[in-house]
Design a protein around this ligand. Structure first.
Ligand code: FAD
Ligand code: AMP
Length: 473
């Protein structure tokens, strides 16, 4: 039987990154992955590359060009009348990007001499791994591992009132492959995925209604940023119905009717497509949880300690299948930290500096604590903010909505949180993450020279504003 230093189960951003880092450290490594790509071939990259981060951003970027041409080009003196959309080509471009990137991971595996075991991996009672090959003709086989890293990710939640039929009612995966623009599109869930997919199809021309059971919009986001974002997204045409629970659906061949409760009243609306985006759940399907004695918590996540160690010796778990935010970069960093610990190094994972991004336009990003959590925790803080309206670069771009807000400890000035709504917020947040990683202060940011004219100057000015000395506002 083949034996490896490390066998990783799952080849998403948690698993493939862990495998590459383990191989870099000289450990003999294999990765079990069962994903079948759109072209029918086995694929690495997991949810993120195949049906998550990458394809959604490809469509967000394409649809952003459409809304620019439709709504903004004129202001730049560009006549864009007669613009048409070829949805088929847009989707094909997205699929091409996915294929290039997933094949790139396969190339990285070859370069790092990582063996890709194509099939479904299961933990056995005697701590071996049984692999059921994708090719049904082949017999299951086993391998031995000194260390196992589980990175089996997550799958979309289903809710009984809206069972996914992949025709009229789809999950996030189906929503990346519509063959034309639905005239009326319903979405259940105003979380990150619901807002991103809603933005894509609304920009392409759908009338979008989003049902959200909670009364608050984006409850974990800074309240001021969330309120501004809600106003902007509504203005863009997203009809966000807060405090509205979907209780049932019914469909004929052409339309799906959604029954929902708003202010204790039952109402109905019909759509050409309905996207269910009510969150994701950890995936331990066919993983051999019972046979191996692997412990799960009451919500189905694999139980791990601060070092991603499970209850089984030398078995680790990372990414969406364990506690913490379901974000690709969180999965990857846990994967790197575990690989390094296996190799006897001090793996590092700072859960306080994980950046979050919502890729609407303007984008929303944040790191660290919000004003509301600081107040709840009784931590005295100072706040400085700067609107993009006052940024020269934002004016040149023609995107002046939003702001940067910096929160720092009242006594030490150490940065506790940074919140951004604005153009390229996904990129701007990195500066805050780096400063927080070095335990920097608002004064450190304020004394750092920022190139002019750039959007980063808004971060600089917000840091200056903490000490009431912003120059341009
Ligand atoms: P996954 O990526 O889910 O990978 C798990 C892999 O394990 C899968 O390939 C699966 O086939 C394989 N697997 C499972 N069980 C077995 C088994 N028993 N044997 C063999 N293989 C197995 N995150 C961001 O940070 N930024 C974004 O912009 C972003 N956008 C998203 C957009 C959408 C529409 C969705 C759905 C998600 C998005 N996410 C985003 C979340 C991100 O995709 C996940 O956080 C990330 O993929 C988690 O990585 P992972 O490695 O833990 O799991
Ligand atoms: P997220 O977990 O960030 O992807 O967001 C999913 C959202 O879907 C949450 O805000 C939930 O409140 C919302 N949600 C879940 N079930 C329903 C439902 N039946 N009707 C409306 N919204 C729902």
């Amino acid at each position: 039987m083949k034996e490896f230093d490390v066998v990783v189960i799952g080849g998403g951003p948690g698993g493939y990154v862990a495998a590459i880092r383990a191989a870099q450290l000289g450990l003999s490594t294999a990765c079990v992955e069962r994903w079948i790509g759109e072209d029918g071939n086995p694929a690495l990259g997991g949810t993120c590359l195949n049906v998550g981060c990458i394809p959604s951003k490809a469509l967000l970027d394409s649809s952003h060009h459409v809304s620019f041409l439709r709504d903004e080009a004129k202001q730049h003196g560009i006549n864009s009348s007669g613009v048409t959309i070829d949805v088929h080509k847009m989707i094909k471009r997205k699929s091409g990007i996915v294929q290039t990137l997933t094949q790139g991971i396969a190339g990285l595996f070859k370069k790092n001499k990582i063996e890709w075991l194509q099939g479904s991996g299961k933990l056995t009672a005697d701590k071996q791994i049984e692999i059921t090959p994708l090719d049904n003709e082949k017999e299951p086989f086993r391998v031995l591992a000194k260390n196992i890293i589980i990175a089996t990710g997550s799958v979309p939640f289903n809710i009984p009132p809206a069972p996914v039929d992949n025709e009229l009612i789809v999950d996030s995966t189906g929503a990346l492959n519509f063959t034309d623009v639905p005239r009326k599109l319903g979405i259940i869930g105003a979380g990150v995925i619901g807002l991103e997919l809603g933005s894509v199809w609304s920009r392409l021309g759908s009338e979008v209604v989003i049902f959200e059971a909670l009364d608050d919009f984006l409850p974990s986001v800074d309240r001021q940023i969330a309120a501004s974002a809600e106003k902007i997204l509504r203005k863009q045409g997203l009809d966000i119905k807060l405090g509205t629970r979907v209780t049932g659906t019914g469909s004929n061949n052409r339309e799906v009717t959604v029954t929902f409760e708003e202010n204790n009243e039952k109402e109905q609306l019909s759509f050409n497509k309905l996207i269910v985006a009510v969150g994701r759940k950890p995936n331990t399907d066919r993983l051999g949880v019972e046979e191996s004695g692997l412990e799960l918590d009451d919500r189905g996540y694999i139980t791990v300690d601060d070092h991603c160690q499970t209850n089984l010796e030398n078995v680790y778990a990372v990414g969406d299948v364990v506690r913490g935010p379901m974000l690709a970069h969180k999965a990857s960093e846990e994967g790197v930290a575990v690989a390094e610990r296996i190799a006897g190094k001090p793996g590092h994972m700072n859960y306080n500096t994980i950046p979050w991004v919502i890729y609407t336009w303007p984008e929303i990003s944040w790191v660290g604590k919000t004003e509301q959590t600081l107040k709840q925790e009784g931590i005295p803080f100072r706040s400085g903010s700067f609107p993009f309206l006052a940024s020269g670069r934002a004016r040149a771009l023609g995107t002046t909505e939003g702001m940067v807000k910096v929160l720092s400890d009242q006594k030490t000035d150490r940065i506790l949180g940074v919140h951004i709504l604005g153009p390229a917020a996904s990129e701007l947040i990195s500066e805050a993450v780096v400063t927080m990683e070095f335990e920097g202060s608002a004064e450190d940011l304020a004394r750092t020279i920022h190139a002019h004219p750039t959007l980063t100057e808004a971060v600089h000015e917000a840091a200056l504003a903490v000490d009431d000395r912003a120059i341009h506002f």
